[in-house]
Design a protein around this ligand. Structure first.
Ligand code: ATP
Ligand code: MG
Length: 566
């Protein structure tokens, strides 16, 4: 995908009507032709993990369509497979979807509540001669099924009588068979060029406890049979799913047709959203979590929705990202830098720009009166006056960032070095007179003089300096921890090393424990975010930040590698 093209599309949106995506076109055609008189969508996650950025696309797409066409949006847990599903995931999924702003109102459903109806649907098919109980083992089933180039073979049980099938299916339900001993197959066409249509399995025996229905059932419907029924029961009109289900659509249509639903739903597929340079696969994330390499599914280095939220991303930024990606029929990946572009855009006007020193070095203004504190009035966001002003303490002892001082600067270094004068942001010019080193050669103190004439806002025009650096007062600031992130695993570069260990980026987390931020931030709460001038956007960590120990996650730096044309 050409990202620049997409950025331009967004800009165009403000002036002209954006062309409709292919799903909107299909929906409008259906409405115009009277196929449906309303739009009803759903998001159907399987509660077997945390949602990630790809799911956000599906959620916002389905919810957005319902809103756009004044229809309805259902939240439905597709919990028909008891093996991997857990309540923990049900709860996290609900929280994430609410946070994204998709509102299912009172329409929260669990597919497992339809088990009775699904059973009756299977009985109906058997009675119509459209389903039969098979005795084939899993291995035989594979053999009989054929390949892409060879047609399948008829199951020896294919022509069982309706009565025998009804009785066997009931015995399956009653627990008379072991797992895998019998299955129910749809009777469609074993020679179909589409393998999904070669008498697919629609029910299997599985003696497992389900998180919702307990031990009530020992037979469970297969996804391809269950999903269209779930949609039909809920009155879904457009069942939107990802591309890998395209070849399953004939089966979806077969199920709703044979079950004779008066207003059958319609499946439409779109391409999954992939993000470059990150890890999204559930099994990799699971391993990172289980091996204790990350501190949970919401570790800010991950791209689960919970992790993005904890890191400081906003629902608006994710929405913008998903819109930039667009809806398409062909698989492509979006760059992580595009997501970063979106969060910068979202926070730019909304957040105060404060000073924070991440790697402090003391700066002493020798000619500034000892004990004096000045409170400088500073605009919170020069691009957005509505955010007001704040007071910043200035005094004789300050901290500046270590990288803003050099003993022997290269050419074009305009920050502090012996003999050079810079502006302290929002304050005065200071000139470096001397510095102190410890026995290891590390600079521990910088001594400066300041010029009272040069106060910011005083209209001083006497001379100019080339560098402006940020600072905080040494005694009227708050100590904090900052965490800087890089991606932890690059799926494209390979998840594993040759020896089977995970191919981890050693720099994925940098913890800076000795940072100082303006005292204004001392009451910052979980999820509050700020621009730290010259350093990036930071968000208060919701798990580890405490009243006396502020922890900030860097959401994104200020520099962009993402080029916006024009
Ligand atoms: P994963 O393979 O990442 O575990 P999944 O497809 O198994 O995802 P589900 O819980 O079945 O996860 O997905 C719920 C919905 O989200 C489905 O409709 C699915 O098509 C959609 N979805 C999953 N991954 C993506 C993605 N990367 N982009 C867009 N939609 C997605
Ligand atoms: Mg799935």
């Amino acid at each position: 995908m050409n990202k620049n093209e997409n950025i331009e599309n967004v800009e165009e949106k403000e002036t002209e009507v954006v062309s409709k995506n292919f799903i909107e076109q299909a929906i409008e055609k259906d409405l115009a032709e009277g196929v449906y008189d309303t739009v009803h969508t759903r998001f159907p996650p399987e509660p077997n993990g945390y949602l990630h950025i790809g799911h956000a696309k599906s959620i916002l797409l389905n919810y957005g369509l319902a809103q756009k066409y004044h229809g309805k949006f259902n939240m439905r847990f597709d919990d028909t497979n008891p093996t991997k599903e857990k309540m923990e995931f049900v709860e996290s999924i609900e929280k994430d979807i609410k946070w994204l702003g998709a509102d299912w109102e009172d329409r929260l459903f669990f597919a497992s509540n339809y088990f009775e109806q699904m059973y009756e649907c299977a009985v109906k098919l058997i009675k119509k001669g459209k389903a039969y109980v098979s005795d084939l083992s899993a291995e035989e089933m594979r053999e009989y099924r054929g390949t892409l180039t060879e047609p399948g073979k008829e199951d020896p049980s294919r022509n069982r009588s309706v009565e025998e099938n009804l009785s066997l299916f009931e015995r399956m339900k009653n627990g008379e068979f072991e797992d895998g001993e019998k299955v129910l197959r749809a009777k469609i066409d074993v020679t179909s060029p589409n393998i999904n249509m070669r008498d697919p399995i629609i029910y299997r025996v599985a003696h497992m406890t389900h998180h919702n229905t307990g031990d009530k059932w020992c037979i469970y419907p297969m996804y391809d049979f269950a999903h269209p029924i779930e949609d039909a029961i809920e009155g879904i009109t457009h069942s939107i799913c990802t591309l890998e289900f395209e070849d399953h659509r004939p089966l979806y249509d077969w199920v709703v047709r044979e079950l004779e639903y008066p207003h059958p739903p319609r499946q439409i597929e779109f391409a999954k959203l992939y993000l470059t340079n990150v890890v999204t696969g559930k099994r990799y994330i699971k391993r990172l979590v289980e091996d204790g390499i990350v501190d949970g599914w919401d570790d800010p280095r991950l791209v689960s929705i919970a992790a993005l939220r904890r890191r400081g991303f906003t629902p608006e930024s994710i929405k913008m990202f998903v819109e930039l990606c667009g809806v398409s029929k062909s698989n492509s990946s979006a760059e992580y830098s595009m997501l970063e572009y979106c969060i910068r855009e979202d926070l730019k006007m909304k957040k105060p720009r404060v000073m924070a020193v991440l790697d402090p070095i003391k700066l002493i203004i020798d000619n500034y009166p000892e004990g004096q504190v000045e409170y400088l009035e500073v605009q919170n966001n020069v691009e957005n006056e509505a955010l007001g002003t704040r007071k910043v303490a200035f005094e004789r002892e300050l901290y500046i960032d270590r990288e803003d001082f050099m003993e022997e600067p290269p050419k074009k270094y305009f920050r502090l070095f012996p003999g050079n004068e810079v502006r302290l942001m929002h304050a005065y010019f200071v000139k470096c007179e001397s510095f102190v080193k410890d026995e290891t050669g590390k600079v521990t103190e910088i001594h400066c003089t300041y010029d009272p004439e040069t106060k910011c806002g005083s209209g001083f025009t006497g001379r100019k300096v080339k560098g402006t650096i940020h600072w905080v007062s040494a005694n009227h600031s708050v100590k904090a921890e900052a965490r800087l992130y890089e991606n932890i695993i690059d799926e494209e570069k390979g998840v594993y090393n040759e020896d089977g260990s995970l191919n981890l980026n050693p720099n994925s987390l940098t913890v800076l424990k000795d940072c100082y931020v303006e005292s204004e931030l001392q009451d910052a709460k979980a999820y509050d975010s700020f621009q730290f001038v010259r350093q990036g956007y930071f968000c208060v960590d919701s798990r580890d930040s405490k009243e006396n120990h502020l922890v900030f996650n860097r959401i994104v730096s200020l520099k962009s590698s993402f080029v916006v044309k024009g």
